[in-house]
Design a protein around this ligand. Structure first.
Ligand code: MG
Ligand code: MG
Length: 269
């Protein structure tokens, strides 16, 4: 069942998503070669709690950490570890918080300074595809319009593989609500977009094949061919005037600009 949010609830969700965005910006400021994922995760948890929030992922179905941290051929749901980051790593970081009783949910992929241009391009295209999807968030459109826009851009235009097993979702008092928001699909199909629906749109895009497998940690999703994957996510409200993006990647961009170890993945949108 779809929960339609009031304007007041959407403003509360904006606050939750602002905290997510600022947490990801905090992470963008401390990412460096030689630091471990666990160090970053601990700092993110402190940041969230210092700002009055609760980590949204920690303990969710038994997930052990505040952040999902997925390196290189990991697509999503990676667990922060004691491994240190290298100058050619790509890391997708997904963050959820609970604030005011509502979840915020957003993700961003970071490239360390020696990441190859072709992998930088994967990040750029994935990030652009998120906005192609968001452009379709209009009252009267259907979920399939979002799905098609993302799939078309990534697969048809750029030849990448869109993950089928994992999808975006409604978000609110629950982390995962209806409707599902696949990153693949057909124009004009699926649930209709109506005012008050809030969805997390999150393209997961593989440089090679769309096939994935789960690691034996029970969480991490890896590409089957071992090639890199990227993930960007916004929480977006359907409003009568169009999409209202509740999370804000501009905080992250500002932090990346001040971190010489992380490449700026700028896009045209
Ligand atoms: Mg997320
Ligand atoms: Mg999500």
């Amino acid at each position: 069942m779809i929960y339609y949010k009031t304007n007041e609830e959407i403003e509360l969700m904006r606050e939750s998503n602002l905290l997510v965005s600022k947490t990801l910006a905090h992470v963008a400021g401390i990412l460096k070669v030689g630091i471990t994922g666990k160090n970053i995760d601990k700092s993110a948890e402190e940041f969230i709690r210092d700002n009055g929030g609760i980590p949204g992922f920690k303990g969710y179905r038994g997930f052990p950490s505040t952040l999902c941290m997925s390196l290189n051929d990991a697509v999503v749901h990676g667990i922060p570890s004691d491994k240190v980051f290298s100058d050619n790593d790509v890391v997708s970081i997904d963050c959820g918080v609970i604030l005011n009783g509502f979840y915020g949910d957003a993700a961003f992929s970071f490239a360390f300074h020696n990441v190859q241009p072709e992998v930088q391009k994967l990040l750029k295209v994935t990030r652009e595809s998120l906005y192609k999807g968001i452009e379709a968030v209009l009252v009267g459109n259907r979920i399939g319009d979002i799905s098609f826009a993302i799939q078309h851009y990534c697969e048809r235009i750029h030849g990448y593989g869109i993950v089928r097993e994992l999808v975006g979702h409604g978000v609110g008092k629950n982390l995962h609500e209806d409707p599902e928001v696949p990153n693949f699909g057909t124009k004009g199909k699926g649930p209709m977009l109506k005012e008050g629906i809030v969805i997390a749109i999150e393209p997961m895009v593989n440089m090679g094949s769309k096939s994935v497998k789960q690691m034996n940690d029970g969480w991490t999703i890896l590409t089957r061919d071992g090639k890199p994957s990227a993930h960007f996510e916004h929480s977006v409200a359907v409003r009568k005037n169009g999409p209202d993006i509740l999370s804000d990647h501009s905080f992250i961009d500002a932090a990346v600009k001040n971190n010489a170890e992380i490449l700026n993945i700028s896009i045209n949108n």
